[in-house]
Design a protein around this ligand. Structure first.
Ligand SMILES: Nc1ncnc2c1ncn2[C@@H]1O[C@H](COP(=O)(O)OP(=O)(O)OP(=O)(O)O)[C@@H](O)[C@H]1O
Ligand code: NI
Length: 264
C-alpha cells in the first residue's frame, strides 16, 4: 500500500486540566503512510497517548486542539471501532468482566459490520483462531478472568480488529506482559497488520522492542516530535542527542550486531 493515511500539521493539544496550561502535544508535523508500521517512542508524559487519543477522536471534552489532522485515505475522521481499533496496556479495562469472550468479540462485528448474532459469533471464533488463541471454541464461552494476561491481550486484539479497521493503535499493549509473551504479542500484531494491510501505530517507551518489527520510528519528548524516520536510519544515525541517548541506554541496540543486521 502507498499514499498518506493521515497528515498532522502543527497539531497541538492542551488539556483543560493540564499542569500550568502546558501543551501535551506542541506543533506536531507528521505524516503516517497507509499500511506502515509506525512506532511512537517516548518517556512517560511525552504525549504518546495524547497523540493516539487525538487521532482516534477520543480526547476529553474541553481539550483545546489546534492545527490540522487530515485523512486523505478515509476522506472523513475515523469512526471508533470501525475505522480504527485500539489495544491498551491493560485488557482488563477494555474487556467486560461479565460478558463471555465470544460475546465481546461478536458485539464489535455485529455493531460495525451489521452481522446477525449467529454470523457475528462465527466471525468471533475465526478471529480467536487468527489471534492464535488455544481452543477457540472453548475460549468463546470463557470469561476474561479465566484467561492469562497474554490470552486476554489476544482477545483484546481480536475485538479491536473485529470490524476490519484500517488503523490499529496499540498503546503500551505489551508493557504489562513478561518478555516472552511480549515477543509473542508483537509477532502476532506484526502478522495481523501485514495480512490485512492495516496501518499500525505501536506506542511504547521501549525503543528496542519497537525496532524489531516496525518500519519507522517517531520519537517524542516533552510534547514535541524530536525526530521521525526509518528504523535503520534512526538507529544508525539519530538526528538528536536525545534519541542517541535512548539508543545508548539499550545495550542490545547500541552494540554492533543489530545495527549491522539492519544496515543495507
Ligand atoms: N486527561 C488529562 N488531563 C490533563 N492532563 C493530562 C490528561 N492526560 C494526560 N495529561 C498530561 O498530558 C501529558 C502527556 O500525557 P500522555 O498520557 O499523552 O503521555 P504518555 O507519553 O502517553 O505517557 P505514558 O508513557 O506514561 O503513558 C502529561 O503531562 C500528562 O500528565
Ligand atoms: Ni500513555
Amino acid at each position: 500500500m502507498s499514499g498518506i493515511f493521515c497528515s498532522l500539521r502543527q497539531l497541538s493539544v492542551t488539556y483543560r486540566r493540564g499542569k500550568n496550561n502546558a501543551a501535551a502535544l506542541d506543533g506536531i508535523d507528521l505524516d503516517i503512510a497507509a499500511g506502515e508500521r509506525l512506532a511512537i517512542i517516548g518517556e512517560s508524559g511525552s504525549g504518546k497517548s495524547t497523540l493516539a487519543r487525538a487521532l482516534a477522536g477520543l480526547l476529553p471534552e474541553g481539550t483545546k486542539v489546534t492545527g490540522e489532522m487530515l485523512w486523505p485515505a478515509l476522506g472523513h475522521p475515523p469512526r471508533p471501532g470501525r475505522d480504527f481499533g485500539f489495544v491498551f496496556q491493560d485488557p482488563g479495562t477494555s474487556l467486560n468482566p461479565v460478558l463471555t469472550i465470544g460475546e465481546q468479540i461478536a458485539e464489535g462485528a455485529r455493531r460495525h459490520l451489521g452481522l446477525g448474532w449467529k454470523r457475528a459469533s462465527i466471525r468471533a471464533e475465526e478471529l480467536l483462531g487468527r489471534v492464535r488463541m488455544p481452543q477457540p471454541d472453548k475460549a468463546m464461552r470463557a470469561f476474561p478472568h479465566q484467561l492469562s494476561g497474554g490470552q486476554r491481550q489476544r482477545v483484546a486484539i481480536a475485538a479491536a480488529i473485529a470490524a476490519r479497521p484500517a488503523l490499529l493503535i496499540a498503546d503500551e499493549a505489551t508493557s504489562a506482559l513478561d518478555v516472552v509473551v511480549q515477543a509473542e504479542i508483537v509477532r502476532l500484531l506484526d502478522g495481523l497488520v501485514r495480512e490485512d494491510g492495516m496501518t499500525l501505530l505501536f506506542i511504547t517507551h521501549d525503543i528496542a522492542l519497537a525496532s524489531g518489527f516496525v518500519d519507522r520510528i517517531a520519537v517524542f519528548r516533552d510534547a514535541r516530535l524530536v525526530e521521525a524516520g526509518p528504523v535503520r536510519s534512526v538507529l544508525s544515525a539519530p538526528v538528536s542527542n536525545y534519541t542517541a541517548a535512548l539508543i545508548a541506554s539499550h545495550r542490545d541496540l547500541a552494540t554492533p550486531p543489530l545495527i549491522e543486521e539492519l544496515a543495507p
